[in-house]
Each structure stands twice: as structure tokens, then as C-alpha cells.
Design a protein around this ligand. Structure first.
Ligand code: MF3
Ligand code: CO
Length: 264
């Protein structure tokens, strides 16, 4: 069952989302060659707790960290580790914030130093897939319209869409109905109703679409080893145009200030 939110509840999710937007910006301040995922995890966790909020992912179904940190061929759900970033890596930082009883969920893929042009293009197209998905997330349209918008743009650029993981409703729980696949057909799936809150999160591969999960039980990687990009916003369905609750604004300011990152 899809739980429609009241305006009061949406305002609470927006507060949670604001902290999340600023938490991802903390990552943008410190990412550079030589840094470890564990350092980024610690910084973000401390930031979220200092705001009086709780990291949504920590202990969620046994997940051991506050962020997912997915480098290069890791698609999503990567563990932050002692491994250092190097020039040319891309890393998706995915995080959730729980505040006042409500979750928010957002992810951004960062380019460390100079990244090969074809990987830059993958990141650009994936971010655009997210925004095209959001443009289709309008009351009266269907879940399949979102997936179609994402898939058609990704595939028309020669990339592939990961099928095994999907976007989702969220609110009191991190994962609620509906499921929001990044593939689909126009006019398919359930009708989108105003005040539905969903996370849209395209995961797009440079190579083949197949993925596998590593022995840690979490990290999802591309089977062919090709790079993968991932961007995610929490949005609320409205009549006319979805309202984006999370924000990349703080993050993108910090990327532009950080000489060790390339703004895509
Ligand atoms: N954005 C990811 C998702 O919705 C977050 C995973 S949360 C985790 O699947 F805790 F399971 F890692
Ligand atoms: Co999510």
C-alpha cells in the first residue's frame, strides 16, 4: 500500500532532506586522492548526529555503515574501507537521514581529479536520467513513465540500466511502496498520486547491465567490471511538477571549491 503524506509530514521529510543535502556536501569538501571511505563515513555520521538526526542506513537490515560508498565498478551498497581513492576514480556516496520520524535518501557520484572523458559522459547522462525521471514523476502519470524516461535516455546514449535494484517510496520507513524501476514502458504500472514521496535513483552502467553481489553480502558490482554511476533524489509527487526535497546545491558548491574534484 502506498502511504500518501500530509503536508506536515512532507515538511518533516524536507527538514530531514536538508540535513542530508548538507551531509553529502561534507563529503564533497574532503574527497581527494589518498582519502579512505572510512574517513568519509565517519565525517558524515558525525555531521548527521551533530544535527540531532540519525543516519538511516546504519544497522538497516544489518548494514554496518552510515553511507554506501561505491567506487568505479561498484554500482551501489559498497562498504567504506581503508582503501584510498586515487586520481581518476569515481565514487557514489549514498546516504539517508532519519529526523522527526521520517527518512530522506540521496546519492551523488563524484569524479576524483581527472576522469576519462567517457566516464565523465556516463556521469552526465546518469544525472540527466535522474532529472528526466523526476520530470515524468507527475500526478496522473504512472510508475512506468518514470522508468521509461530514465531507460530511454540511458540507452539512447549507449549505456545500460541496472534492473536488480530500484527506487522506492519512503517516509516512516526507508523503503516503502511503490517500487520505482529505472526501466519500463509508458503507461505501465500504478498511477502516481499527489503527496506520494519517492526516491528516484538511476544506476547506469558504461558496459553490460548485469551485476553481482560480492561475498560481503552487500556490495553490488558490474559483472563486466565497467564503471557505473548513481544519483538519487527524494521527491514528492504533485499535480504538475514533482517537488525535489533533497538538494545537490550544497554539494555542487563544494565540488566547485574542491580542486581535487571535477564538477560534472
Ligand atoms: N539508496 C539505497 C537504497 O535505497 C540505500 C541503501 S540503504 C542500506 O537501496 F542501508 F541498505 F545500505
Ligand atoms: Co534509495
Amino acid at each position: 500500500m502506498v502511504k500518501l503524506k500530509t503536508e506536515e509530514e512532507i515538511a518533516l521529510i524536507k527538514e530531514s532532506s536538508l540535513i542530508l543535502g548538507k551531509a553529502l556536501a561534507e563529503a564533497a569538501k574532503i574527497l581527494k586522492p589518498g582519502i579512505t571511505g572510512l574517513e568519509v563515513d565517519k565525517l558524515i555520521e558525525t555531521f548527521i548526529k551533530d544535527q540531532g538526526a540519525v543516519p538511516s542506513f546504519k544497522n538497516y537490515r544489518g548494514y554496518p555503515f552510515s553511507i554506501c560508498y561505491s567506487v568505479n565498478d561498484a554500482v551501489v551498497h559498497g562498504f567504506p574501507t581503508e582503501v584510498v581513492l586515487k586520481e581518476g576514480d569515481i565514487v557514489s556516496v549514498d546516504c539517508g537521514v532519519f529526523l522527526n520520524g521520517f527518512h530522506s535518501d540521496s546519492a551523488y557520484t563524484f569524479a576524483v581529479g581527472e576522469v576519462p572523458a567517457k566516464v565523465v559522459k556516463l556521469m552526465k547522462v546518469t544525472k540527466e536520467c535522474l532529472y528526466r525521471g523526476i520530470e515524468s514523476a507527475v500526478a496522473g502519470k504512472r510508475v512506468g513513465d518514470i522508468g521509461h524516461a530514465v531507460q530511454s535516455y540511458a540507452e539512447s546514449n549507449g549505456y545500460t540500466v541496472v534492473r536488480e535494484l530500484v527506487g522506492h517510496g519512503l517516509g516512516k520507513d526507508l523503503h516503502e511502496e511503490p517500487e520505482v524501476p529505472n526501466y519500463g514502458k509508458r503507461g505501465n504500472g500504478s498511477v502516481l498520486k499527489p503527496n506520494t514521496v519517492i526516491a528516484i535513483e538511476p544506476m547506469i552502467n558504461l558496459g553490460k547491465r548485469e551485476v553481482k553481489t560480492l561475498k560481503d553480502g552487500w556490495t553490488v558490482v558490474t559483472r563486466d567490471g565497467s564503471p557505473s554511476a548513481h544519483y538519487e533524489h527524494t521527491v514528492v509527487i504533485r499535480n504538475g511538477k514533482a517537488e525535489i526535497l533533497t538538494s545537490f546545491e550544497f554539494t555542487e558548491i563544494e565540488i566547485k571549491n574542491n580542486k581535487n574534484l571535477t564538477y560534472i
